[in-house]
Structure formats: structure tokens, C-alpha cells
Design a protein around this ligand. Structure first.
Ligand SMILES: Cc1ncc(COP(=O)(O)O)c(C=O)c1O
Length: 281
């Protein structure tokens, strides 16, 4: 019996042939780093990246590709926002059904003097937009909300929440992990300060991809961040202290390439050239 893949909320599968073709073309015909050279293939890689950022801005109603950052996934984008935003004494509002990608960095930041409150949701997981206004404090400097829940599938009324944030001057961050590519999202209309999207779910891109779109004002308020996105048991409340062993960036590809490199190194060890340089087997 053919297997049926049911884990599309984690990462979509299969990817469209055009995605695989573009990756093969890059690996076999381009190969260069972006913005690290002026030779033809480096310019080709740079142009592809620019077109991608422009395309993301068009898709999400954002007018400035210079404020579209390519990330390794949604967890990285959300960490960049939260860790770059942190300032002791500040207060953050989140929905009661946030993903660990938001709750873990927030738990970490609580140790640095940042506080947060959860906006209640009903039994179907829908956020009470009417409660937002009353929960904003004088020191509330951020509201982060998952647009669609990875648990219940509930999609929040982002416009209602965005309208309150705009009126009260609170930056609004939308985690569109489960809606980007499935649901219309207009950055300007929703009054967003930041929109974090994965590339590898509804946008059908490869694992280890995502984007963070920022308003110019909000970008100016962010400090440096240290993106930490390690995989850990879902019951863990704060970020694991160790380096990731299996985070999002394409482990299957890495596994293939490390096996290739190991074979290469082993055969080189057997046949070192007199000069000491290694010969490709
Ligand atoms: C609501 C939500 N936020 C954040 C994430 C993290 O996204 P990523 O896997 O791209 O790091 C997920 C992943 O399932 C999610 O469902």
C-alpha cells in the first residue's frame, strides 16, 4: 500500500518539481555564495535571492525587499525578533496557544526581566480579540500571535488584533507558520511590524528555509539576536542549553553529503600524494 504523508503542518511533502529543479540547478550550475563575489555565477545567485525577496514582498503586501530577511525557518525568524527586541522591564502579550518557537525564547527572556501575559482563547482555540485592549499595559512593547494554530487549526482574526495594536501603538508580530501560502496575508493592511514565515510548509520550499519581513520602524528598534532553534522534546519550556543536533536545515541532505565527504577523506588517507595534498578519488 502506498504511504500517505500526513505531516504537512511540520513540513510539506512532496515539493513541486520546480523546487527540486531549482535546487539541482543551483547545486550543479551556480554554486556561488550570495554577495561574496562579482563573477557571473555569484551575480546569478544574488539575483535569484533578490527576486525571491521581491516575490515574498509581493505575496505578503510588503513594499520593501530590503527589509525581507531570509531565515533558516520560522523558529529562527521569531527568535531574531524576540531576542533582538528584548529590553528589561518590557512586557509582551502572546496568545494562550503560542508555539514553543515563541514560548521558549520568552521563557528565556523572563530571566532577563521581560514579562509576558497570555491572551485567553475559547475552547476552539480562538483568541478573544476583545480582551487585547484591556491587557495592554504602559510597558507593553510587543504582541506576538500565531495566525493559525498547529494544534487546533484555528485561524485568528489578525485584522481585529492588528487594529487594536495600531490604535495603541504596540508593535504586532504575526507568526504565520501555518497560514503562509494558504491564507491571504497583507503586511500593510494588518498593520504588522513583523511577519515570520517558514519556506518549507505552505510555501512548498525546501527544509531549512523561511523569511522575516520587518517594517522599517520596527527594524530600527531591534538589536542583535542569537538565533537558537534546537529541536527538543515539546514538554521543554525554555531553550535547550546545547547545540542543535537535528534542527530544521535539511538533515537528509547533510547526511548524504557527510557520507560522501567521509568516503572521500578515507580514500584520500589511503592514497596521500607525496606533496601531502589530497587527490580526489
Ligand atoms: C505556529 C508555529 N509557529 C512556529 C513554528 C516553527 O516553524 P519552523 O518549523 O519553520 O521553525 C511552527 C512549526 O510547526 C508552528 O506551527
Amino acid at each position: 500500500m502506498p504511504a500517505i504523508y500526513l505531516d504537512n503542518a511540520a513540513t510539506s511533502f512532496p515539493k513541486p518539481p520546480a523546487v527540486a529543479e531549482a535546487m539541482v540547478r543551483y547545486m550543479m550550475e551556480v554554486g556561488a555564495s550570495v554577495n561574496r563575489g562579482v563573477y557571473a555565477s555569484a551575480q546569478d545567485a544574488g539575483m535569484t535571492t533578490l527576486l525571491l525577496r521581491e516575490g515574498l514582498c509581493r505575496l505578503f503586501g510588503h513594499g520593501d525587499p530590503t527589509h525581507c530577511i531570509l531565515t533558516c525557518g520560522n523558529t529562527m525568524g521569531l527568535n531574531m525578533v524576540l531576542r533582538g527586541w528584548r529590553r528589561p522591564g518590557d512586557h509582551c502579550l502572546v496568545s494562550a496557544v503560542e508555539h514553543n518557537a515563541v514560548m521558549r525564547p520568552l521563557q528565556d527572556l523572563a530571566a532577563e526581566g521581560v514579562s509576558f501575559d497570555r491572551i485567553p482563547c475559547d475552547s476552539a482555540g480562538r483568541l478573544d480579540a476583545g480582551a487585547v485592549e484591556g491587557m495592554i499595559r504602559p510597558n507593553t512593547r510587543l504582541l506576538v500571535m500565531a495566525h493559525g494554530s498547529n494544534v487546533s487549526g484555528a485561524v485568528q482574526d489578525a485584522q481585529a488584533v492588528g487594529d487594536v495594536c495600531r490604535r495603541r501603538g504596540v508593535p504586532f508580530v504575526l507568526d504565520a507558520a501555518q497560514t503562509a501560502g494558504h491564507w491571504p496575508i497583507d503586511f500593510e493592511k494588518l498593520g504588522l511590524s513583523a511577519l515570520s514565515v517558514p519556506g518549507h510548509k505552505g510555501l512548498m520550499g525546501p527544509s531549512g528555509t523561511g523569511a522575516l519581513l520587518l517594517s522599517k520602524d520596527f527594524a530600527g528598534q531591534l538589536g542583535p539576536s542569537s538565533p537558537a532553534a534546537p529541536a527538543a522534546p515539546p514538554t521543554r519550556r525554555s531553550s535547550p542549553p546545547t547545540c542543535p543536533t537535528a534542527s530544521s536545515p535539511a538533515p537528509p541532505t547533510c547526511r548524504g553529503s557527510t557520507a560522501f565527504r567521509r568516503r572521500w577523506i578515507l580514500s584520500c588517507q589511503k592514497g596521500l600524494r607525496p606533496s601531502g595534498t589530497m587527490r580526489r578519488p
